[in-house]
Structures are given as C-alpha cells and as structure tokens.
Design a protein. Sequence first.
Length: 368
Amino acid sequence: MKAAIPKETAEGETRVAAVPDTVAKLRAGGIEVWVQAGAGQGAHFSDELYRQAGATVTYELGDLYANADIVLRVQPPAEGELGALPPGSVLICMLQAHLHPQLLESLATADITAFAMERLPRISRAQPMDVLSSQASIAGYKAALLGADHLDKILPMQMTAAGTLAPARALILGAGVAGLQAIATARRLGAVVEAFDVRSAVREEVQSLGAKFINVEVEAAEGAGGYAREQSKEQLQRQQDLLTERVAAADIVISTASIPGRSAPTLITTDMVTAMRKGSVIVDVAADTGGNCECSVPGEVITFDDVVIVAIKDLARLVPHHASLTYSRNLSNLVLSLMHEGEFTIDLDDEVVDAICVTHKGELRYGG
Ligand code: NAD
C-alpha cells in the first residue's frame, strides 16, 4: 500500500493532510508514505521531519503518484491535476461534494474512488475521524481572537489608578462546535459572554462554560443527527427582531450558525449592524456558506458603518500547525480503520464508508 501526500494547491491553503506524527502511524500500519517536497511548509513541518518519520520526500509529481493507492489531501484537487492520479486510487479530502458536481463526474470518469470527509456521519464510532469538528473547534478559537484583535477595547475588566474599565461583551450566535470554542476562548480573555442557538439542548453546555444562554422565544429547531433544521422565514424574522437588542449591546458578535447543505441563515441584518456601537466587531464564521450577516463580504475583512466585519473563510487555515495535526489524525484514523490484513478495504455496507464514498468504480454515488 502506498499513500501520497501532495502539497496543497488551493489559494490560501496552509494545511497539509499528513504530518510527521501521522506518517509514522501510517507506516506502522503497513503503509508506505510519499510526500511532495514542501507539502508541510505552510504548517511548518519540514521535509527533514517527514524523512525522519519514514516518508519518502519527492519533488516529482510523477513519482509521488506512481502506483499510489491512497491520496490524502485537505482541499479537492484542481480538475487539471486529476490526470496525475492513478486510476483505481482512493482520494480522501474535504471534497465539498455538494459544491463540485463537475469534479465528481470527472473523478468517476477517471475511475478514482473519492471519500468526501465532510459527509462523515456524526456517530460515536466516527468521532476520531470527524474533520468538521476538529477544524470547527480551531475556527471558533481563532474567531474569538480575531474579535479581540479588531476591537477598540480590551476584553477583561480592569481596575487601575486610572479608573475602572468594564469588561467587553461578546455575543455568540450558534453554539455548536465552533460556537462553544468561541465562548470558552472569549471567556478566558475576560469578556462577559452570552450565546444563543435554536437547539435548546445546548443551553447547559453554554452555561457550563460560564456564559449566559439568551432566552429567545422562537420555535426550537433540532434536526437529525444533532444538527439544526432550517427555520421558516417568519421564525427567522422573529429571531432577528428578538436578537436586535442583544446585538446592539455587544462589542463582539461571533456568528457560527449553519444548516448542513444549505446557505447560512441571515441572523444579523444591515439595520442591526447600523445599531451597533461604532468600533464593534462581527466575526462571521459562517462566511464559508454565505455568512450570517447581511453585510459580510465572504473572504474579506471590511468596515461597515464603523463596525469591523471579519468574514474570512475557513478560519482553521489561520492556525495551520494545529489544524494540520488534528486534520491529519482524523485522516490517519480513517485509513487505519479500513486496513485489514495489510489491504485497504472499501466495504460499502459500512455506514461510514457508505456516507463518505461519493465515487467508486466509475460510478457516482452522490447526487447532491
Ligand atoms: P453546524 O456547524 O451545522 O452549526 C453550528 C450551530 O449553528 C449549531 O449548533 C446549530 O444549531 C446553530 N444554528 C443553526 N441555525 C441557527 C439559527 N438560526 N440561530 C442560531 N443558531 C443556529 O453544527 P456543528 O457545530 O458542526 O454541530 C452541531 C452539533 O452536532 C453539535 O453541537 C453536536 O451536538 C453534534 N455533533 C455530534 C458529533 C458526534 O456525535 N460525533 C460530532 C460533532 C457534532
């Protein structure tokens, strides 16, 4: 078995799909690992560290992919790269299958088996492979830091001879994996934190982190698999109305609300931004799926009516070392769980494999 780890080619991608630690684990599991030179550069893992872990480092894409059985990546490959992947090999990455129907067709045509990690079912057995959680957790942490960094205040209360400074107020919308991490980080920095989620089940988790759960009387929207379900237009409008006052009172709003496979719901309207204190900050973690704030420009940091709106996509990229460590562990856990007697086995009756396998033996297994 040979695994190939290319250098990521997508613009702004700093992470890498295997780190020296996971290279050693894959090798111990009977897998030969080839790494493209410079693959770990963005996350500060040198070629030398990969060699010490037992990988073969190569400059040549041809050598990297020759006879490769498994290709581990963070982002999907560009269409132009597909020709380099050996037919019959397995590509494992965050494919964002619902956004790339044409790429899926090309993968099927090229006889590449593709595993879309974002489709992993959130069952207990799959938790060690859960890339959405590992990356969201880092994104939530970074969101709180970005909020603090762009704010024109300090976060903790300060009592000095020059007088008392009140603590900053942070509001977290959406208390899933990223939101809970944002709450914990903002609390550690000294902010007074309140949070809201349409899933009332998270109330206790929010409170256990020392934040206040806001009582907004909207219909609870618990969906399947622990996710939220989409709300009606009327419910969303009601939520916006009820949250207006809380947004206006916040120095930092971190919004992380999303619905699987849908555009992010609009929670913060232009009027709500205008009502915020000048100098306040919104960090829109949902920028990847359109954003929770009407004024967000996904991918950018802008100032709107003197409110800073940070809508950088894929925030985990800004913490490449740890994001790569956790992502690569998720991938190596998956790969090693599928190794049986030295062979990588694809059992489509397995719930995990069935969910993530979007192309196999020339067939499309996912229709959007
Ligand atoms: P997500 O990224 O899809 O959504 C983030 C949060 O936004 C969710 O908490 C959701 O309820 C909330 N949200 C959606 N619409 C909203 C609205 N209009 N207003 C306010 N909030 C809104 O979700 P996620 O963070 O990836 O995970 C959600 C939950 O899934 C977790 O809290 C957990 O319960 C569950 N989970 C289970 C496992 C597992 O069992 N392996 C792993 C990870 C997560």
